[in-house]
Design a binder for this molecule. Structure first.
Ligand SMILES: [Zn+2]
Ligand SMILES: [Zn+2]
Ligand SMILES: [Zn+2]
Length: 386
């Protein structure tokens, strides 16, 4: 029930996040459409390679916005049979794709600008029209940055924050174009092409950062060291947890996933061990909101070097072997409970008998212990009467 409520809260939170992301992205897209058209026309009519580069930049931003829009809708869909871990990684793959696209666009602009710089005959001579379009672009992009970063902060979306910084880098890009065009108008003829190169490098840098961040997530890079330290602290602060090992973390879209082995008192019951594990899970998800799922493996002893109990038989086989050994002890037929502890490579046995079953409890206990001693896989045998 509690788990269902948590799931429902997560779903509502995802939905609100998705809506806000969508609105900010649509507004960014509309501004980009207008700017791309204005700069392309002004760049062609006004003879500015830098402005055309900036227009192409805005066009590639449109493509990236479309991908973000698609990814945020797909990524916030709940887990299903085919995608049991949810769809958050779609957002990641889309981020990598957008990064690759930007790098490609940058290469195209660089090529064109390099050709013009090597052949000064082909340098363009922009004028006031191009200058005005560049100025408009600077203002619009900076406004877009301010708005988007506000929304990103509110919904805590890394993708949207990346988008906001992209808008700002776009504003800087248009400032460079403005300087390039102004430079040519003042008589420095190569400045327009130089500005185009600068714009291309900026596009490439943003593309590289998007792609690299996404790839880091896709190859399951762990969380930052300070987050991992915080996770350790929360786990070790849980009553019943002695130590931990194999703590592994990774990201999935906006979420973090954790799996860990905890060491508990080796003789507690399965239900107590489970309760400790569930508490670790609940505490982690409460302390670190980004943690969306925790898998806890409960260990009775350190198994980092392999399972010490590997190959030991299970209950049915153990009981059969013990019964053969205990056949000659009449009290053995009255055994009510047998608890097996798999520790240090052997099976330790707790046996419970009714007090009325044995005339001499001590002699019965000794007989059971001695008969079991012939089995090498059996460790300590403890006999309890009640
Ligand atoms: Zn851009
Ligand atoms: Zn284990
Ligand atoms: Zn372990």
């Amino acid at each position: 029930m509690a788990a269902d409520a948590t799931t429902a809260a997560h779903a509502a939170e995802d939905e609100a996040r998705h809506r806000a992301t969508r609105r900010a992205t649509v507004i960014g897209a509309v501004v980009n459409v207008v700017l791309a058209a204005v700069k392309l026309v002004a760049g062609l009519l006004g003879h500015s390679a830098a402005l055309v580069a900036d227009a192409v930049h805005s066009l590639s931003d449109l493509a990236s916005d479309a991908v973000v829009l698609y990814a945020s809708r797909e990524g916030s869909r709940a887990a299903d049979a085919e995608h049991p871990y949810g769809h958050a990684r779609i957002e990641t793959v889309a981020t990598v794709a957008v990064g690759g696209l930007l790098i490609g666009v940058a290469a195209g602009i660089l090529w064109d600008a390099a050709e013009r710089l090597l052949d000064p005959q082909r340098l363009l001579r922009p004028g006031a029209l191009a200058l005005a379009a560049a100025a408009l672009s600077v203002i619009a992009k900076e406004a877009l940055y301010q708005y988007t970063v506000l929304v990103a902060r509110r919904v805590q979306s890394d993708l949207l924050r990346a988008n906001a910084w992209h808008h700002r880098s776009d504003a800087v890009s248009s400032v460079v174009v403005l300087l390039g065009i102004g430079g040519v108008m003042l008589g420095i003829e190569s400045l327009d092409a130089v500005a185009a190169v600068a714009v291309a490098l900026m596009i490439a840098k943003v593309g590289w950062e998007l792609a690299a961040g996404g790839v880091r997530e896709l190859i399951d890079t762990g969380l930052e060291p300070e987050r991992v330290r915080e996770i350790r602290r929360v786990i070790l602060g849980t009553d019943g947890v002695r130590t931990l090992h194999m703590l592994r973390t990774r990201r999935m879209g906006p979420h973090a996933l954790v799996d860990v082995h905890i060491l508990v008192d080796p003789r507690v019951s399965v239900s107590e061990g489970h309760q400790i594990g569930e508490t670790v899970r609940a505490r982690l998800m409460e302390a670190l909101p980004e943690v969306r799922d925790v898998t806890v493996h409960v260990d009775p002893e350190d198994d980092t070097g392999g399972n010490p109990s590997e190959g030991l038989p299970l209950r049915g086989e153990v009981l059969a072997r013990l019964e053969r050994r205990w056949r000659h002890i009449p009290e053995a037929a009255r055994i009510e409970e047998v608890t097996l502890h798999y520790l240090e490579g052997r099976i330790h046995v707790d046996v419970v008998l009714p007090l009325a079953a044995a005339a001499d409890p001590e002699a019965t206990a000794r007989a059971l212990r001695e008969a079991a001693a012939g089995l090498t896989e059996i460790g300590e045998v403890r006999v309890h009467f009640r």
